[in-house]
Ligand binder design. Sequence first.
Ligand SMILES: C[S@@+](CC[C@H](N)C(=O)[O-])C[C@H]1O[C@@H](n2cnc3c(N)ncnc32)[C@H](O)[C@@H]1O
Length: 281
Amino acid sequence: MAAPLTYRRVARLRDQDSMDESRTLTNSELYQSKFDPKTYLDNFYQFSDNRRFLTFVLCELSQTFSSGKYKGKRLIEVGTGPTIHTLISACEHFEEIVVSDYTDSNRRELEKWIRAEEGCFNWDPHIQFVCDLEGRRTPAVVKETLRQRIKHVLKCDVNLENPFQPVTVEPADCIISSLCLEAACKDREAYRRSLGAMVGLLRPGGVLVIIGDLNETFYTVGDQRFSSLNLSQDFIEKTLCELGLSVQHLILQQAEDREANLKCDYEASFYLVAHKNCDRS
Ligand SMILES: C[S@@+](CC[C@H](N)C(=O)[O-])C[C@H]1O[C@@H](n2cnc3c(N)ncnc32)[C@H](O)[C@@H]1O
């Protein structure tokens, strides 16, 4: 006769069930069904808990955009997730901002913030930090500008040649993508293709800003584990060059205490700015 199931065994079987279920899903299906925007924001975007990474990224974005050197009609963010921090410094310099993500829940979370709906994530500390850094605009003005300039929240799949299919978006002056391709791409060839598709959305002479992680194999959102494509700095620089971009700036922030980190195993975060060569279409 089978032994009675103890609480621990039941819990283990449930974990096993959920792992088996996760294994049968494609990566995109896994994001659509298991990526919880609220947990993600709580785990990685509370300003007080993740100050080191957030100040690194916000300071770099501010250095890139606050001078107004990069400006134009359209900025596209690819794989925005449920976040808006990447757009705080840039928003006043572009007339139209397009944000995008694969999952319905992430796009809903973005729309909630854009419409200032009750229960939306509080980005005020991030906006305040950038305003203090730049010393020009007030948080209320930045929030209003950003909310007004986000004109489209699009479904996007970076595995497609046109990530916004069936929608066609006019070439952008600037593209930003943060922590998306290493999450979405299963191998380096797929990364190269997706980056190529992203670069195809950029006008010649336009600027590409990528934030990512090096040598990461996984990250977790609550109890759900997601795989990450292991990237090296060499590979990224070489791929950008092959795609007709010239890297203007690339900086790393080493991870602290990698061994003790149970949420993810990245070795360093990177921030890069690259220009699309003018002879590329
Ligand atoms: C680690 S999160 C990054 C989110 C946000 N950009 C950030 O910086 O925190 C990875 C994002 O990639 C998105 N994603 C996964 N597969 C995708 C795909 N095939 N096309 C576009 N986005 C995808 C996920 O929905 C998720 O929002």
